[in-house]
Design a binder for this molecule. Structure first.
Ligand code: KG4
Ligand code: ZN
Length: 350
């Protein structure tokens, strides 16, 4: 029986998962480091690496116990090799290689963004869905807002953000208002309780490029917050979520609408060009309430099946790493195995 052990340590989440040969998640445990980084308002690389080192052995025992399997039953080990923080990546990558060597099983280095893109095919209840020959993948996270076209083993980049990633924009507007980190879930909840009084324009490039841009929107939000006297300059958490005034909730509602409307706008441009029939949407921002409501509806209009991972699988997790390792191995794509190095940058296109 195929049993894949997946390890994720590219940023501020340590995770270990066990996935079987059908892509069924037997266990997936995640240790978030939010509290360790919170007071710094962002991820501190050294703290992240050290926390991974402490968390991994604990998570490994937990994941094996939850899946009711033994380490010796593992037939394949997969770990994130990049992109991400090199120190953090090294911890999981070395652990993965060591385990694979000790168990005498193959090791597969995984591309974190490819794993996100494939996470939409996973299910919390049963086996993974079959992966079509051709599909588009929108990856929206704190570091990426990219659309790729997966076709017969090849991956093409169709669009990317030219400045901030969508999740980064969420985190920054939250910080501007003095809210906590990460800002995405906070802004999502507050926006849901606001209403749009004055919309923000949807950014578009003059040349009709399907690329994304969120920095203009971020500036527009900053200016509006300043005009409303809601801008926090303290640079730290000063506003509890419950105390967010109505005007702030309304501004966030308009911000969130502009983000989702831009995603829809670009997907339409790309669909006109590439006529894809399946779209996977993944990454931390794929947990967003408005996005989850609107993108499937967008798909309905264009005859595109929009696949969203369960919320638990949108943020960084090792289940998607194990699954991507399994898919990679099945496709028989050559990779470096134990020779893989940690890469802070690693283009997905091939
Ligand atoms: O994929 P992820 O866990 O980490 C990487 O960036 O790789 O994504 C984290 C990002 C953060 O920017 C966070 O604020 C954002 O996803 N995020 C959200 C929501 N939940 C997380 N953004 C909008 N709405 C959400 N509900
Ligand atoms: Zn990620």
């Amino acid at each position: 029986m195929t049993l894949v052990l997946g390890i994720e340590s590219s940023c501020d989440e340590t995770s270990i998962a066990l996935v079987d040969g059908d892509g069924r998640i037997l266990s997936s445990v995640v240790a978030s480091q939010f509290d360790a980084h919170r007071r710094f308002g962002g991820v501190v690389p050294e703290i992240a690496a050290r926390a991974h080192l402490t968390n991994l052995p604990v998570l490994l025992d937990e994941a094996l116990a939850l899946a009711a399997v033994r380490l010796e039953d593992v037939t394949l080990v997969a770990a994130t090799a990049g992109p991400g923080l090199v120190g953090a990546l090294l911890v999981g990558l070395s652990e993965g290689k060591g385990l694979a060597m000790g168990l005498s099983v193959p090791f597969v280095p995984v591309h974190h963004i490819e794993a996100h893109a494939l996470s939409a095919f996973l299910s919390l209840e049963g086996p993974a869905r079959p992966i079509p020959e051709r599909f588009a993948a929108l990856v929206v996270s704190g570091g990426h807002t990219h659309v790729f076209l997966f076709e017969a083993g090849r991956i093409e980049l169709l669009a990317r953000t030219r400045d901030d990633a969508a999740g980064e924009a969420y985190d920054k507007v939250a910080k501007m208002a003095g809210l906590g980190y990460p800002g995405g879930p906070l802004v999502d909840r507050l926006a849901a309780r606001g209403r749009i009084e004055e919309p923000f324009a949807v950014a578009r490039f003059k040349d009709g490029s399907p690329d994304f841009s969120f920095s203009g929107l971020k500036t527009a939000v900053r200016e509006r917050l300043e005009a409303q006297g809601l801008r926090s300059t303290a640079g730290q958490e000063t506003l509890p979520e419950e105390a967010a005034p109505e005007a702030l909730r309304n501004t966030f509602a308009a911000f969130q609408e502009a983000v989702v409307a831009q995603l829809e706008d670009r997907l339409t441009l790309l669909w006109n060009r590439e006529a894809f029939r399946v779209l996977s949407v993944s990454g931390g921002v794929a947990a967003n309430g408005l996005l989850r409501e609107r993108l499937p509806r967008w798909g309905g209009r264009y005859g595109v099946e929009v696949l969203l991972p369960a919320r638990a699988l949108t943020s960084d997790n090792a289940a998607m790493i194990a699954f991507a390792g399994l898919v990679r191995r099945r496709e028989g794509r050559s990779d470096e195995g134990l020779a893989a190095v940690a890469r802070s940058r690693w283009p997905l296109v091939r």
